[in-house]
Design a protein around this ligand. Structure first.
Ligand code: C2E
Ligand code: MG
Ligand code: MG
Length: 276
């Protein structure tokens, strides 16, 4: 019992330390964005990038988002961290647009947390960030998850419609893993569904049926939404997805998330030139 209590005590201390570190890290700007290319599966051209945050910790090295985003969310720090992500991703896109003509056409996808969606200033902040970076709304995609659409659906729909009026697109991330919003999906102001990696990873052989992935693609087509497959790791998966008219995809098969410098390669090549 004593041992258990001291273990609990330790984990509370660890959690508080991490929260403190996180607070300092925001102040010291210890975060970086990595970029994973999103590819049009039929042409292998570049659609754009998903911006994915990492914490460049002074002693622990690069920490993945799963290890600090939940704490940022619980502590409310996600509002300032999320704002930094928005600004940095838009500024990066602006730098690419100044450097490469082709970057005018690409889209930057940014993940939002539920607290950001509930932030009454979100719309204003989006407008400010876009204006400051001198980019167009249509260059931006916001990724939200199904669970964010469950509560207060009317209010959320109104906000998303307002955001879309600026040309910004909305994608539903990790689609199929949350509470499925099938009953009202057709009424939601969204532009694309992202098929969760757990379904894509089931695709092993061509010629087999992978019902969940097929269903999501069919659903997207019926609702006239774009569909993006997440976590494509093999040529088999790519071939199957192409044969089933999945428009877009991302995954280690094309590229892991990379630094902004390395991402430029995909802009200069306009996507993937060599499948190996
Ligand atoms: P997500 O938005 O679903 O992002 C996709 C995750 O899948 C990324 O993990 C990416 O590295 C990983 N991934 C992509 N392709 C493959 C593949 O072929 N195989 C495998 N095994 N993994 C692949 P990452 O970067 O660790 O991000 C994890 C999650 O953290 C994200 O999931 C997202 O929910 C959250 N996240 C990342 N950046 C941000 C951010 O700026 N703000 C917020 N609110 N959340 C973020
Ligand atoms: Mg995402
Ligand atoms: Mg996802």
């Amino acid at each position: 019992m004593l041992f258990y209590e001291s273990e609990m005590h330790q984990s509370v201390i660890q959690r508080l330390n991490l929260e403190n570190d996180l607070r300092k890290a925001i102040f010291n700007q210890e975060f970086v964005l990595y970029y994973q290319p999103i590819i049009a599966l039929n042409t292998l051209n570049l659609l754009g990038f998903e911006a994915l945050i990492r914490w460049n910790h002074p002693t622990k090295g690069l920490i993945p988002p799963d290890q600090f985003i939940p704490i940022a969310e619980e502590s409310g720090l996600i509002i300032s961290l999320g704002h930094w992500v928005l600004e940095e991703a838009c500024q990066q896109l602006a730098r690419w647009q100044q450097k490469y003509l082709l970057a005018k056409k690409i889209k930057m996808s940014i993940n939002l947390s539920v607290q950001q969606l509930q932030d009454p200033q979100l719309f204003e902040k989006l407008q400010q960030v876009i204006k400051k970076a001198s980019i167009e709304g249509k260059s931006l995609v916001l990724e939200i998850t199904e669970s964010m659409l469950v509560e207060n659906i009317k209010k959320t729909c109104d906000l998303l419609t307002q955001i879309q009026s600026q040309g910004i697109s909305i994608s539903i991330d990790d689609f199929g893993t949350g509470y499925s919003s099938l009953s009202y999906l057709h009424r939601l102001p969204v532009n694309a569904l992202k098929i969760d990696r757990s379904f894509v990873s089931q695709i092993q052989r061509e010629g087999e049926t992978y019902t969940i992935v097929e269903t999501i693609i069919t659903l997207s087509n019926l609702l006239k939404l774009d569909v993006v497959a997440e976590g494509i790791e093999t040529l088999q998966q790519l071939t199957w997805l192409r044969n089933h008219q999945c428009n877009f995809g991302q995954g280690f098969f094309f590229s892991k998330p990379v630094t902004s410098d390395n991402a430029e390669y995909f802009i200069t090549q306009n996507g993937i030139v060599n499948l190996n």
